[in-house]
Design a protein around this ligand. Structure first.
Ligand code: ZN
Length: 418
């Protein structure tokens, strides 16, 4: 190369320019094609609100029953009894169990699928952990701290919402799949040990095929949403684009202060949609988010009247059924049902079928947004590592592009020296 004449150097420069431009054009083209087909565009919630059937009282009965069978620890009889009850209650769903060994216990995930005949193949996944916590480390009474807690809000509330929703879904005439994912061993974590939580959700997500993941248009976790003093914000490691679909639904239901509901009344301050109010939490949504799946989590982090974040009855023996209200369960259940009725969580149907193959540019866009509001729990190093893990294709071409620029600079320098 060094001995080549000036003309051939110019030729090389032209070739590099052409290659560089092609890479950029291909990237831009793929990105815009992906974005146009992976957009949410749900209907107006107020057009559908009168048909919402979700029954908070029925859901609350399930919370009572779940706590009555005792702690749902992984591997326990109560855990098996709850799984059996869920599948017996939802006869139109097909259920599968999968077990995994972790620490000194075996966890069992329960996954129910409803797939209508005319399904586009897109899949909305609702997620709740059905295990309850093995200790109540925050209890005021020291002798109780090593004992399993009732888990009425932290466990039973999310399960109750999913069961009630599961009863309604077959009558909704949906054109996509719905999955009800009851995770085990979300809440067996050791305090302050990040990697000991959400074992069940982690195991499920890491065993999904690429094709299955690509078809998940929304992965929506509900956890601790039965608090009689319900209020929640966005949480870290979630999809801003997916949260944006929730705002009009929550507003229609009168859950946002400053927004009028379908009757024209000002909403209560139950959901704060401000991205700046986002809180950091590690839960069943993180594995999905890190795998490039659009995920959000409805979670009320201050349990009880005037409770502090991660305070109140959380992880204490006061997490009992009387602290959970039918009304709160109905608010959350209604968001989920209304989201399904308005098609808020499926992508535009047109191009979805034939773009399963390659990359996730729309998710890449989300993660850029997320980086702007990255919470202080996750280090910048973790974020960068996640980006590389999630988008190896883009990282690869990013690397090539940078290399091209450097080569151009070197070649231009030779030219100047000549
Ligand atoms: Zn918990």
């Amino acid at each position: 190369m060094l001995t080549e004449g000036f003309e051939s150097k110019r030729e090389n420069i032209r070739h590099f320019y052409a290659y560089f431009l092609t890479v950029i054009l291909v990237l831009t083209g793929v990105a815009s094609a992906e974005n146009s087909s992976k957009q949410y565009s749900g209907g107006n919630p107020c057009d559908f609100i009168d048909s919402v059937e979700f029954n908070g009282t029925a859901a609350n009965e399930s919370v009572l029953w779940q706590t009555s069978i005792g702690p749902r620890l992984p591997g326990s009889n109560a855990s098996a009894q709850l799984r059996q009850s869920i599948s017996e209650n939802l006869t139109q769903w097909s259920f599968e169990e999968s077990s995994h060994q972790r620490e000194n216990f075996t966890l069992t995930n329960l996954v129910g699928t409803y797939s209508p005949n005319n399904s586009t193949g897109q899949n909305v996944v609702f997620v709740a952990h059905y295990d309850s916590r093995y200790i109540g480390e925050r209890d005021e009474n020291e002798t109780l701290r090593s004992q399993p807690i009732p888990g009425a809000n932290d466990g039973a509330s999310g399960v109750a919402v999913l069961i009630e929703l599961g009863r309604i879904i077959p009558s909704l005439d949906l054109q996509h799949d719905v999955t009800l994912f009851f995770t085990d061993a979300e809440d067996q974590g050791k305090p302050f040990l990040e990697n000991t939580w959400s074992y069940g959700a982690d195991a499920w997500v890491s065993n999904l095929t690429e094709e299955y993941k690509e078809n998940i248009s929304a992965y929506i976790v509900v956890d601790m949403i039965g608090d009689a003093y319900l209020d929640f914000t966005r949480v870290s490691s979630t999809s801003d684009v997916l949260w944006d679909t929730v705002t009009p639904i929550a507003a229609a239901l009168g859950m946002i202060d400053g927004e009028v509901d379908c009757q024209g009344n000002n909403g209560l301050s139950i959901y704060n949609p401000d991205p700046g109010a986002e809180r950091g939490v590690i839960d069943d949504h993180v594995a999905a988010h890190n795998a490039g799946i659009p995920a959000i989590n409805f979670i009320d982090l201050n349990y009880g009247e005037n409770a502090a974040f991660f305070g109140g009855h959380w992880h204490t023996h006061n997490d009992t059924a009387d602290k959970v209200s039918s009304e709160s369960l109905e608010y959350i259940g209604s968001i989920l049902e209304l989201g399904l009725r308005t098609d808020a969580w499926v992508w535009n149907h047109s191009e979805v079928q034939h773009e399963n193959a390659t990359l996730n540019s729309s998710e890449n866009e989300q993660s850029v947004n997320n980086e702007q509001s990255v919470n202080n729990e996750q280090s910048v190093g973790d974020e960068v590592r996640n980006e590389i893990q999630n988008y190896p294709w883009l990282t690869f071409f990013g690397g090539i592009s940078i290399a091209m620029v450097l080569l151009l600079v070197v070649l231009l320098r030779w030219q100047i020296r000549d």
